[in-house]
Design a protein around this ligand. Sequence first.
Ligand SMILES: Cc1ncc(COP(=O)(O)O)c(C=O)c1O
Length: 356
Amino acid sequence: MKKDWFEKELEKYSKLTGYKKPEKHSDVIKLDSNENYAVSKEFLEKIMNDAKKTMDVREYPLGGTERLVQNISKYIGMPKEMIGVGNGSDQIIDLFLSNFTSKDTTILTSDPTFGFFEERCKLYSIPTIKIPFDKNMTLDLEKFLANSKKANVLYLDTPNNPTGFQFQKRDLERLIREFKGLVIIDEAYVEFSDYSVVEMTKKASNLVVLRTLSKSFGLAGLRIGYLVASEKIIDTFTRVIQYPYPLNTLAIEAGILTLQQSKYFTDVANLIKTERSRIITNLRQMKIFEVFDSKANFVLFAAGGSGQRIYKALIEQGISIKNLGKIGTHEGCLRVTVGSQDMNSRFLTAIRDLLN
Ligand SMILES: Cc1ncc(COP(=O)(O)O)c(C=O)c1O
């Protein structure tokens, strides 16, 4: 092998952008990353303290992920043999792409899709067919069906980040049934939406459903993701592909205690849905934005030529939202996370003040 092989490889990788994390601003109301501030910090602190009492960090977490899986199984009502875990659903996405795809496989997805997923496809040089969102920020099922034979993998985040769009259930079910390759349905925001397709994994042996505790459970910092799929996929994933200890002990123990309190988090998700409607209604009343429906814990709105100005002015007022720029034909797209009631009110007041 030539000596300069590594230098050339490194040069190639160094030219990639990689996943761009949100800018870190100090002392701001953080509504830029779809985290969950409607969950009480004290409630989670108590869970973390209780978790600490049960663990011995000198040991590898042997048997830990299995206990976590049992608790996930109870929460979603699916057999434990059909569930695997990852260090965030990001890591599960990465493992599926790095092991099952290459430059010779094609992925069918939407445009936009989850940013991290898109960057990983670039990292692994995987060709993608991207179906753009239309003017109303909805997707056309027929366009997916028409392209489904050209692709090996279908990846859809549903609800979609950043639009909040979710297909009608029967449309998504049809697409999953008709797609012959690997289907990855990313349900990171499912608890804020109307339905899940997780039950389909009992019949569809090519379907992987991704979930996370980062959103509705407010545990983004602990990095707990999971997948639901056929027993064969889960056995192969867990035994061969996944690391022996993908999650740390604290995450495992806190994850278990959190899942055991799922009623509290269902109430929080309901509050977020109500707050989401309040944000949509208020933004629409301002009559200056195009505000899109959402089934997730965020709202996308197009501010046209004022997008950048509004984003910057909000930062100056101590509120950070996500500046997405142009999506399809819509200029100045901004995405705001639905936070606590107080945060949402402060966001709405700030934006109203800006417009006056
Ligand atoms: C669609 C989608 N999938 C997955 C994730 C990441 O989830 P996790 O925190 O479990 O890695 C996100 C986070 O923003 C997301 O928007």
